[in-house]
Design a protein around this ligand. Structure first.
Ligand code: NAD
Length: 267
């Protein structure tokens, strides 16, 4: 079995999930709602967030650009008004880099990527963290990257690599500051996972699916549900003494150090 066997109980809890209209964040929102929680799906694509939330019990979908500081304040305020608490925050909003050679890159693309992935995670954590610190309870889950944030770097993806590496640092800094308030901050660092984010890069010829599979000891890409399960674990009391960690969920990608392909037909 790949995934789906894990069950959690989030009855009465509230979690905000950025990028909640798609990919791993949407699957995490679905699992959170199925486990009894109120999932607040926020996304720059507000219509999609609303439509997805409408199919989940107790969920709410809202338009939010995570680079818009004033809108973040208003959204967190609205969630507090509606539910009175915030137990979880999942910072998963993101866009891919351009794959352009550095000498041809536009600095606006650099700024936009850093703004969404890194500053967006910071602004969301700060806003939700105010409620969590006051409650003396909460869990933040940031999304780094096994390949661009933990193991090394991706050429021609400067901003993406810098943002994902920065997210592991932000995760540690917030964890150390908020540990005393029982607010835990961790990151999940996915390997290549089959979401629209990756599929569009495979379709554009930016990524070679076969090569990625062969470089992975488990010989396949991850499924969004496999990342979502670890996100839910980090939100849950099962992770009550876990903070400041970045957990690679990557089918063994970061563990592999030899030359060439990691996967071969089983004997
Ligand atoms: N899929 C992978 O292989 C992979 C690997 C490592 C890390 N990640 C990271 O995981 C996270 C989720 O990616 P995914 O693969 O589920 O992608 P996805 O494209 O399916 O979902 C990303 C969502 O973020 C939203 N978004 C983009 N800009 C936004 C903004 N400014 N404000 C609010 N929402 C915004 C998009 O509308 C989209 O719904 C991203 O941070 C990505 O960098 C993905």
């Amino acid at each position: 079995m790949i995934s789906g066997s894990v069950t959690f109980d989030f009855s009465g809890q509230v979690a905000i999930l950025t990028g909640g209209a798609s990919g791993m964040s949407l699957v995490a929102a679905r699992k959170f709602a199925e486990a009894g929680g109120h999932a607040v799906l926020v996304d720059i694509d507000g219509a999609r967030a609303e439509a997805q939330a409408a199919s989940l019990p107790g969920a709410l979908g809202l338009a939010l650009d995570v680079t818009d500081e004033a809108a973040i304040g208003a959204t967190v305020g609205l969630v507090m008004e509606r539910f009175g608490r915030i137990d979880g925050l999942v910072n998963a909003a993101g866009i891919p880099d351009t794959f352009l050679p550095t000498v041809e890159q536009d600095s606006n693309i650099w700024r936009r990527l850093i703004d969404i992935h890194l500053t967006g995670s910071y602004l969301m954590a700060r806003a939700a963290g105010r409620a969590m610190v006051a409650q003396r309870a909460g869990a933040v889950v940031n999304i780094s990257s096994a390949i661009a944030g933990v193991l090394g770097a991706l050429p021609r993806r400067n901003a993406y690599t810098a943002a994902k590496t920065g997210i592991t640092g932000l995760t540690r800094a917030l964890a150390c500051e908020w540990g005393r308030y029982n607010v835990r901050v961790n990151a999940v660092a996915p390997g290549y996972t089959l979401t629209p984010f990756i599929q569009q890069n495979i379709d554009r010829g930016n990524l070679d699916k076969g090569a990625m599979e062969r470089r992975t000891p488990m010989g396949r890409l991850g499924q969004p549900a496999e990342i979502a399960d670890v996100i839910l674990f980090l939100l849950s009391p099962a992770a009550s003494y876990l903070t400041g960690a970045t957990i690679a969920v990557d089918g063994g990608w970061t563990a592999y150090g030899a030359a060439g392909d990691a996967w071969a037909e089983p004997d």
